[in-house]
Design a protein around this ligand. Structure first.
Ligand SMILES: Nc1ncnc2c1ncn2[C@@H]1O[C@H](COP(=O)(O)OP(=O)(O)OP(=O)(O)O)[C@@H](O)[C@H]1O
Ligand SMILES: [Mg+2]
Length: 423
């Protein structure tokens, strides 16, 4: 194949970042140019419906591969470049998190770059994935002589230097299957990013992360959660339930096709009812193709009742996860909803009542040139993938081991810089 001529001229020091959000309902692709001090600039996007996944798990390689190829092809054509590697999101695999702690002796000396490297390796050795795959291992908190809260320990005197590492893990087979589907589409996988981390990157304010915030990404098949406090990621969880369950409930309740139920949900659905909804009726086509069969006329309030029942179940599960992650008390007042499920009319009001916290809808920001069609909460993960990749968030597990002979310079120095930048 003849090489494509780039339509977009790359500026000095600019690099291309390509990302893929492979979801239960859609595959979305995005290509951006990142460089200088500017925001990533979107140069191509693509999207295809996907029928090859269930609850975020690849269940049909051919369908998934076709959707990936289709979405990436659209993005490549728009950008005028061909993509070799992508950063992809993951919401399947029962995402969960844990904290690993490491400590080394400094003997009262001033902490050097070499000590930081020793700490990093000690930290890596303390991570126990328990048969799962480590998706992220972010250095979270440093402690000097057991006292936490130092942003960058370099240069401080201490007897002991400690570090907490926030470790996100997932079951291994779903990750391998996603990797295979992407490879089958002839694209290399550069990194996997947990979906709620990506969505957090594109929607949360720095101050929210400092004061305490939980991001709740309601996808089609999976709802994932990322809790942030003191400016750091402190917990991740997943619930195998999503906005597609509302569609299924509506289809079952009114004996109609899922495609009709999907329209009911998105066009007539809401999470809150008004008195008027008792009188407004909606026509629902029957399941069968029998042309004699009459459509059912159902008051909107009844449709909303079915939706609210599912949301009750979902937010009850969310509450359990938030409790488990320790998101309680005065530093746990703010929730941000993302994912296609956050597009449901009045869902923020429902969540506010159900969970007793302030709730807002998170829309992606931080990129220039994001098309309006991708400006809603369903695209928070897609946009966040670019920002996450551009930020080069330090990762104890995946970063290449530094070369010892280089002493305090080169890769080690840049790693320390990144560690420093992480807090
Ligand atoms: N206006 C709307 N009202 C209600 N639901 C909506 C609306 N728009 C989209 N949705 C729902 O959002 C879901 C898709 O969300 P999203 O694109 O975040 O999921 P996904 O990434 O494909 O799935 P997952 O992350 O769970 O694998 C679908 O169930 C869709 O019906
Ligand atoms: Mg998703």
């Amino acid at each position: 194949m003849a090489p494509k001529i780039p339509l977009v001229a790359k500026g000095a020091g600019e690099r291309t970042i390509a990302v893929l959000d492979v979801g239960t309902s859609k595959v979305a692709a995005l290509i951006a140019l990142v460089g200088g001090d500017g925001e990533p600039r979107v140069i191509g996007t693509g999207q295809k419906p996907c029928f090859g996944l269930k609850r975020g798990l690849v269940t049909d390689f051919e369908k998934t591969e076709a959707a990936i190829r289709g979405a990436m092809d659209q993005a490549e054509r728009a950008a005028g470049i061909q993509v070799e590697f992508v950063h992809a999101s993951i919401s399947a695999g029962n995402l969960g998190s844990d904290v690993a702690t490491a400590e080394i002796d400094i003997a009262g000396a001033s902490i050097t770059a070499a000590d930081m490297m020793t700490l990093r390796e000690a930290g890596r050795a303390r991570i126990d994935p328990r048969g799962r795959t480590v998706v992220h291992a972010q250095p979270a908190l440093y402690a000097l002589d057991g006292q936490p809260g130092v942003e960058s320990p370099l240069g401080f005197h201490a007897d002991r230097l400690g570090m907490d590492i926030h470790v996100v893990t997932a079951d291994t087979p779903p990750l391998k299957n996603l990797d295979r589907a992407i490879k089958q589409a002839h694209i290399g996988l550069r990194s996997l990013v947990a979906s709620p981390l990506a969505a957090s990157q594109s929607t949360l304010e720095r101050e929210e992360r400092e004061l305490g915030v939980a991001l709740i990404e309601i996808g089609a098949g999976v709802t994932t959660i990322a809790v942030h406090n003191y400016g750091m990621l402190v917990g991740v969880a997943a619930i195998p339930m999503g906005a597609h369950d509302i569609t299924n409930d509506l289809a079952a309740a009114f004996a109609t096709r899922r495609s009709h139920a999907e329209r009911l949900k998105t066009l007539d659905g809401s999470a809150m009812a008004t008195p008027k909804d008792n009188h407004d009726a909606v026509e629902i086509p029957p399941m069968s193709d029998d042309t004699m069969a009459e459509p059912m006329r159902v008051p909107k309030a009844q449709i909303i009742g079915v939706i609210r029942h599912r949301l009750d179940l979902l937010f009850r599960e969310v509450q359990v996860k938030l409790d488990e992650l320790g998101f309680v008390g005065p530093q746990a007042r703010q929730l941000v909803l993302t994912g296609g499920g956050a597009e449901l009319r009045s869902i923020a009001d429902f969540a506010q009542g159900s969970l007793g916290r302030n709730v807002r809808i998170g829309r992606p920001r931080g990129l220039t040139g994001l098309p309006p069609a991708q400006g809603g909460p369903a695209f928070a993960t897609l946009a966040g993938l670019v920002l996450f990749a551009a930020a080069e968030v330090p990762d104890i597990w995946h970063m290449p081991a530094p070369t010892r002979s280089t002493g305090g310079g080169g890769r080690l120095a840049s790693m320390i810089e990144k560690l420093r930048g992480s807090l």
